[in-house]
Design a protein around this ligand. Sequence first.
Ligand code: ATP
Length: 377
Amino acid sequence: MAGPKPALGAWQDPSAAPLVEIRNVTKTFGSHYAVDDVSLTIYPGEFFSLLGASGCGKTTLLRMLAGFERPDAGRLLIGGEDVTELPPYRRPVNMMFQSYALFPHLSVADNIAFGLRQEKLPRAEIRERVAAMLELVRMGDFAGRKPDQLSGGQRQRVALARSLVKQPKLLLLDEPLGALDRKLREHTQFELVNIQERLGITFVMVTHDQEEAMTMSTRMAVMNEGRIRQIGTPSEIYEFPSNRFVAGFIGAVNQFEGRVMEQRDDLLLVRSDVAGTELRVRTQQAVAPGTPVVVAVRPEKVLLTTEQPPPGDNSLSGSVEEIAYLGDVSIYHVRVPGGALVEAQLTNRARRAVAPLTWGDPAWIAWGADDAVALLE
Ligand code: ATP
């Protein structure tokens, strides 16, 4: 079953054949657009996440891939074959449900073997494949137990084994770690990625947890109100959000509203009243003077000092209003004269690194033109 590890970045290879093509798919419930004209391409070996808040349509999209919902418009292709009209059991797909949906009266081994028995495979083959799966998910010692004799994490592993044993080309996972507590969740994230890489099966996961999507995915799609707002690798989405929604949804961000005054090559000069000054931000787009724009900068990109920084791209003076000590990092909120409350995040590497600053202190914050992005929508 083990396949070669997929070449990273298949989505960047123009000759790569996609495994999943979602073409202009729409699904309505009554007058509500659960999924609204979504197009998406996923390549073999990817761990792809659909990320969004509750109700954004991610589960509906996953269920359409599985065949449990029929799109109102658009086509779904898997491995080049149009599967839009095919029932779930005719698709090379398996789905792992959030509830795990294990059979309570069957043992762990019988739960895993269930699908293979339905296919009437030879007994010896079933035994072999179930044994391989039990080993893969480290449940060999629990083969004879019933689901209610297992912990949540163990049940999750049985459900995973059961959905992988039929060797689908594509595994769909609906909030697979939702039932686990935080510690177990983090551990299981690594385990799941490990298994996915070893098997080379393409995973598409639905989650509302941005950290989970960031840690596990090769690429992810951020959804809102039935639409995809951005598709990219976790670092592309974090470093270069393409709109305000994505910037605000993933991680903390300072957003300064303003208007473009001038563009000098790839440098935008932005007048921002809330920042109380002119901001400089690097961009690849041509933007006309007068265009409203938001300059977005992550708290960890902001330098915080007691002394005026040397002349650079962006520096604002203000006063420290709030400090939160979070162990490994401290968060500072600095009020600037324009009225904005700017968040700066400092790593507490050296114990005294941030010692001089306290509530009410005057402080400077600074960042480079390359550390921020200009958002036009
Ligand atoms: P969650 O994380 O809460 O599961 P989601 O992003 O997966 O949310 P969906 O389950 O895809 O969202 O639902 C999208 C929208 O479609 C929601 O507003 C939901 O109420 C609606 N919806 C989903 N299934 C049905 C259905 N069978 N009948 C009517 N409305 C539905």
